[in-house]
Ligand binder design. Structure first.
Ligand code: ATP
Length: 228
């Protein structure tokens, strides 16, 4: 069984249905892109995986457990590290404190994260609120990694950042992929995303409409599913 397996997922905001039939799976060691135009349900799918917006119906299995009825913190503790849209760190803790607060035993420790993000290492004693937006995004990724997740989820992790920071973050994503980290990623930068991805799932109006390898996502398909 895959690390993450979602079948027939339906999710509502009050009376309004956002997800109709999401199918998605991530194998161990795989980088999977969740794609689709704005408002098609990518963030809602991620929030349903963590039960922040619980599924109304369908099933979600993570690490062999059925998780859709579990509480968010229990699901996270099974091994999901989320870097949410709009990054969240503790503004009045230092960089090192932010990282240490998330720590769970495993591959990633404070020293390892400092090696991965030298910019964070240089700023380890600064309050998180004094970091640039891009540095805060790095810190959010570092925090997620410090939990030593089996699955790292990145929701628009490079959006709105300076090119030099985006470049650094993509380098980190490729490093993680090379190490065999399982990743579910939402990102609009196709030129960076597609070469870093093993498989893609495309959502349209809350439904999975296409699945395949990035090489099979032809310009015609990109235009149909992702074009504006
Ligand atoms: P984006 O790239 O713009 O973030 P997305 O693919 O992540 O888009 P979602 O944010 O998951 O899309 O939105 C899916 C649908 O759910 C949209 O129709 C959106 O309007 C609706 N929606 C999202 N958040 C809420 C909310 N808090 N209350 C009501 N409807 C919502």
């Amino acid at each position: 069984m895959s690390l993450l397996e979602i079948a027939g997922l339906e999710t509502f905001y009050g009376a309004s249905q956002a997800l109709f039939s999401v199918e998605l799976d991530v194998a161990e060691g795989e980088v999977v892109a969740l794609m689709g135009r704005n408002g098609m349900g990518k963030t809602t799918t991620i929030r349903s995986i963590l039960a922040l917006n619980p599924a109304r119906s369908g099933t979600i299995h993570f690490a062999g457990r059925e998780t859709q009825a579990m509480r968010p913190h229990r699901i996270a503790r099974l091994g999901i590290g989320l870097v949410p849209e709009g990054r969240r760190c503790f503004p009045n803790l230092t960089v090192a404190e932010n990282l240490s607060a998330a720590a769970r035993p495993g591959r990633w420790s404070l020293a390892e994260i400092n090696g991965l993000f030298p910019r964070l290492a240089e700023r380890r004693d600064q309050m998180a609120r004094t970091l640039s937006g891009g540095e805060q995004q790095m810190l959010a990724i570092g925090r997620a990694l410090m939990t030593n997740p089996r699955l790292l989820i990145l929701d628009e992790a490079t959006e709105g950042l300076a090119p030099v920071i985006r470049h650094d973050i993509w380098t980190v994503i490729r490093t993680l992929k090379a190490e065999g980290q399982s990743i579910l990623i939402v990102d609009k930068t196709l030129a960076e995303l597609l070469p870093s991805t093993d498989r893609c799932f495309v959502l349209e109006k809350g439904t999975t409409v296409w699945t395949g390898r990035p090489a099979d996502l032809t310009p015609e398909l990109q235009d149909r599913y992702l074009g504006v």
